[in-house]
Design a protein around this ligand. Structure first.
Ligand code: SF4
Ligand code: SF4
Length: 292
């Protein structure tokens, strides 16, 4: 079978301290880090054993994982498995990239988020350029706070032209709603901004979550996605495969890329193709005309 696993272990700490994020500048104890590492090792052994399947693995940590060598090694190990077709990770891209040559770069995908309060634009762009030189497919992106609009435009101007830059719409209700001018401005940077700026109706709709895409935590508990807390089973149980079956979504809406790309009716797999995890569209995107 083909199975995509979104792995999120107990790690929930970060070297950055974004004020809107609960994991910023949080530090784990040595014991907690050891537990995270042991959980990851168990997950890797499971992935290595699933030779009858075609796997894709997407690391979606609460905090920043790539500053820890055991995540770097996990990516390298997984990319070398013949039955693993894609390995992707969400990161702030603050880590050194000396581990990347140990990976098979054609299988590696990086979802890199730029945090202008924590890193200089030049340094982030230099990291992106290194990924390009290493042959790694990646997307770059930013949170779409209005106060970041000019910075997003500047980043667009400095990134390699073929690097997709996404903008994550702020939809938490804590910020004033976007004006049509805001939407037009962010859409100029990211042609897919309107897709992310929508809470897609999902209740009762077919979604690959729970059938060919699952979310897994450090204990092996599997859920259909990160947004529906009810477990569907545990990947370490011998009869786990029986838990994988079609399930209509039980939430009213789905508003996060890592979820709604699996909603069948949106057909976003046609837009993102093999770049669906690291958020790289494989269809050419028309850019809206420049504002007069
Ligand atoms: S870089 Fe990401 S995980 Fe770290 S504090 Fe900022 S938003 Fe949170
Ligand atoms: S539509 Fe979103 S919330 Fe619903 S099952 Fe799929 S990923 Fe989960």
């Amino acid at each position: 079978m083909k199975l995509t696993v979104l792995y999120r272990g107990p790690l929930s700490s970060c070297n950055y301290g974004c004020e809107y994020c609960p994991f910023g500048k949080w530090k784990h104890t040595e014991e907690e880090l050891a537990k995270d590492r042991a959980d990851l090792e168990r997950f890797l052994a499971w992935a290595e054993s699933r030779t009858q399947d075609t796997l894709a693995v997407f690391f979606t940590p609460w905090g920043e994982a790539l500053i820890w060598p055991w995540y770097q090694e996990a990516l390298a190990r997984l990319t070398h498995l013949p039955h693993v077709e894609r390995v992707a990770v969400q990161t702030n891209l603050s880590c050194k990239l000396d581990w990347v040559p140990r990976c098979r770069p054609e299988k590696l995908g990086i979802w890199a988020t730029y945090h202008p309060e924590w890193v200089k634009r030049r340094r982030f762009v230099a990291q992106c350029e290194k990924l390009s030189a290493l042959g790694v497919r990646y997307s770059a992106g930013m949170v779409g706070f209005r106060r970041f609009a000019a910075e997003a435009e500047a980043l667009r101007g400095e990134l390699p032209a073929d690097t997709y830059l996404w903008i994550n719409a702020v939809k938490d209700g804590k910020e004033a709603p976007y004006t049509p001018e805001d939407v037009a401005r962010f859409t100029q940077v990211d042609p897919l901004f309107p897709v992310n700026n929508t809470r897609h109706p999902s209740l009762g709709r077919a979604c690959r979550g729970g059938e060919s895409v699952i979310s897994v935590d450090g204990e092996g508990t599997a859920r259909r996605c990160h947004f529906i807390p009810e477990p569907i089973g545990n990947i370490y149980a011998p009869d786990f495969d029986a838990a994988l079956k079609p399930r209509p979504c039980s939430k009213q809406t789905c508003g996060c890329h890592i979820g709604y790309v699996h909603l069948e009716y949106l057909e976003l797999d046609r837009v993102f193709g093999s770049g669906i995890l690291e958020r790289v569209p494989t269809l050419p995107l028309g850019r809206p005309p420049a504002a007069p």
